[in-house]
Design a protein around this ligand. Structure first.
Ligand code: PMP
Length: 350
């Protein structure tokens, strides 16, 4: 704290991201990255972009990438908003669409950035309890609110809400924006983007960090009615009119142009997820059904903290949250077959 700080900075509780350790040879299963890497076409496109144009500002509208994404999802480019990772997209959503003087609803167990943005913008947060089995119940989202947000699949639980139930939440809140954060949708879920032309209050955010294995490039997006996108653009242009640099714009476009690579990565993650789930169950774990690139699991005997520490001593990093309801769980990212074997072996020894 310092006298030079704006007073409101004293009260900020910033987000704490998962550890990015510097040591090599770790089995890193803690931040839901994709172990298979981006398409080689992405690397080629970025290399081709390393040219004299780096001295020029990038396209502030990201027009070519928005067109590519619009074609991919069968919407109009005016329905696509780009940001520096979906975290930045969410920051603009909270600012532009969630400040109505009423609380924002999100699950009590969910992505921990949502309360951080509420704190940043002084928006009241109203966590809505998940059911006993860690599911979202659409009926719980029929109370007065300034907006609704939830990931689908949810994080860190991995549980997926079928599209009809997502639609029920959207229908129950015609005067507020419902944001579906689809960071993990490509690992077996169905996207709500197909519903955006039907509901002007539905906004879907996605990222290239997970299924497209580009967490380091920082590209996120939102798709919805053009009026919602216009609000986000107003905020973006008030902070930073160049959300994506030239390398990110070029790499992201190439990522959408290699569908075969994308599908193959997703399929491999899904089949490894099923194998890891079975192995954990054989070890006596309860594993929540997951449609993400991670599983959320608890042992009947040992605490999450003990297991996370024991794995760490063997060079295997998973995520443990010291939070109500979930402190006995581990969130384990699905890695390569070798990494997953190391995890299973590591747990067997504990
Ligand atoms: N939403 C959810 C649910 C996430 O888990 C993450 C990744 N931590 C993000 C959004 C943000 O991802 P990115 O900023 O890399 O796009």
């Amino acid at each position: 704290m310092s006298k030079f700080w704006s007073p409101l900075v004293n009260d900020l509780v910033p987000y704490v991201p998962g550890e990015q350790p510097k040591m090599a040879n770790l089995v890193k299963l803690n931040t839901n990255e994709n172990p298979f890497g981006p398409s080689p076409k992405v690397i080629e496109a970025i290399q081709a972009e390393l040219n004299d144009n780096l001295r020029l500002y990038p396209d502030p509208e990201g027009e070519a990438l928005r067109q590519t994404i619009a074609d991919y999802h069968k919407v109009q480019p005016e329905q696509v908003f780009l940001g520096n990772g979906s975290d930045e997209v969410l920051a603009h959503i909270f600012y532009a669409l969630f400040q109505h003087g009423e609380p924002i609803l999100f699950p009590d167990v969910t992505y921990s950035f949502y309360p951080v943005y509420c704190g940043l913008y002084n928006i009241e947060a109203k966590p809505v309890p998940l059911t006993e089995s860690f599911e979202i119940n659409p009926e719980d989202y029929q109370q007065p609110n300034g907006g609704v947000i939830f990931p689908n699949p949810n994080a860190p639980t991995g549980r997926y809400l079928p599209l009809e139930q997502v639609e029920a939440v959207v229908q129950a809140n015609p005067d507020r924006v419902v944001v579906v954060d689809e960071a993990y949708v490509d690992f077996g879920g169905e996207s709500a983007i197909t519903l955006v032309d039907k509901y002007p209050n539905l906004l879907v955010s996605q990222t290239l960090s997970k299924a497209r294995s580009l967490a380091g490039l920082r590209v996120g997006l939102a798709i919805g009615h053009k009026d919602l996108i216009e609000a986000l653009n107003r905020v973006k242009n008030s902070f930073n009119s160049y959300p994506l640099d030239r390398l990110a714009l070029a790499g992201a476009r190439a990522a959408y142009e290699d569908e075969a690579w994308f599908r193959n990565c997703c399929d491999r993650v899904i089949s490894e997820r099923e194998r890891v789930t079975e192995a954990l169950e054989n070890l006596g774990f309860e594993v929540l059904p997951s449609k993400a690139n991670f599983v959320f699991a608890r042992d009947k005997e040992q605490s999450g903290e003990t297991l996370a520490k024991g794995l760490r001593e063997q060079g295997i990093i998973v995520r443990h949250f010291n939070k109500p309801r979930i402190s006995d769980f581990l969130r384990i990212t699905i890695g390569t077959a070798e990494q997953n074997d190391a995890l299973i072996k590591g747990l067997q020894s504990l």
